[in-house]
Write a protein that binds this ligand. Structure first.
Ligand SMILES: Nc1ncnc2c1ncn2[C@@H]1O[C@H](COP(=O)(O)OP(=O)(O)OP(=O)(O)O)[C@@H](O)[C@H]1O
Length: 261
């Protein structure tokens, strides 16, 4: 049975895309069929997998969702790109910005992405949705289309504070639009283990949310190697397999698989 996981946080730059790519490829390396969906108009996921000019890709998620809105028939292979590390990508680009405005005016506007994702479930073991840094209509669509949501949080004070708003939104979606939605867990990213500050943040997250929400045991260390991968269009496993950050994403993949059981 396919599992659909949104990677969401309205705060920008917390490693949503880096986590979507490396968890996605991590799951593929474990023998799963994986689709990564880029719902961010910045197209960072698309670009970080080697499609450096997302705005020049002829068919993207914006075209597919427009077809859903217009009730046109959708070819399941349309727009899908195949990456050398054995994952499929539904690319996103700037056209998603205009689409998000259009979405606001159509009937059942929260269910548009779900229509597409539900159709794709039969082809994949995992579909990961990389969300944009906002709690707008596209992120609501991602939450409605998902079975669970993974929340990357940068180990710093402000992003931790922003979590309350995100959790409120997730609970609202769960109550009104998607009763099955679960929080997969909070993932601490870009952790600088040399500082006490990072340790304080980690205990604060456990203290505030740990009784209600899974906080992943594995955390992702701050490392320039993680940042380099997006320029190369490959995962951390291909770029620097022995690095601490590759090990951290491998362990996270195991933890996600374990939690699914
Ligand atoms: N573990 C890490 N250590 C150091 N830098 C990292 C790490 N993970 C990601 N980065 C870098 O931090 C920046 C933000 O990461 P990323 O794009 O994954 O975040 P995001 O939450 O998807 O951003 P946005 O909200 O803009 O979509 C990127 O330049 C990325 O290469």
């Amino acid at each position: 049975m396919c599992k659909v996981i949104s990677i969401a946080n309205q705060k920008g730059g917390v490693a949503k895309t880096t986590t979507a790519v490396n968890l996605g490829i991590g799951l593929a390396r474990k023998g799963n069929k994986v689709l990564l969906v880029d719902t961010d108009p910045q197209g960072s996921l698309t670009a970080s997998l080697g499609y450096v000019e997302p705005d020049e890709i002829p068919v993207t998620l914006a075209n597919i969702l427009t077809a859903v809105i217009n009730e046109e028939e959708i070819d399941m292979a349309a727009g899908i790109l195949h990456h050398e590390e054995n994952i499929d990508i539904m690319p996103g680009n700037i056209e998603l910005s205009a689409l998000e405005v259009t979405m606001g005016n159509v009937m059942s506007r929260e269910l548009i992405l779900k229509d597409y994702i539900d159709m794709m479930r039969e082809r994949y073991d995992y579909i990961l949705i990389d969300c944009m840094p906002s709690l707008g209509m596209m992120t609501i669509n991602a939450l409605v289309a998902s079975d669970s949501v993974l929340i990357p949080v940068q180990a710093a004070y402000l992003p931790v504070k922003g979590l309350q708003q995100l959790i409120k939104t997730i609970m609202m979606v769960k109550k009104r639009l998607n009763r099955k939605l679960k929080i997969q867990g909070i993932l601490l990213t870009m952790v600088d283990y040399r500082t006490n500050y990072a340790k304080d943040i980690s205990s604060k997250v456990h203290e505030t949310y740990g009784s209600r929400i899974v906080v992943f045991q594995n955390t992702i260390p701050m490392s320039v190697k993680a940042a380099e991968t997006s320029a190369e269009g490959i995962s951390i496993y291909a770029h620097c397999p022995r690095s601490k950050v590759a090990e951290a994403y491998r362990n996270l993949t195991e933890e996600v698989l374990e939690n699914e059981k």
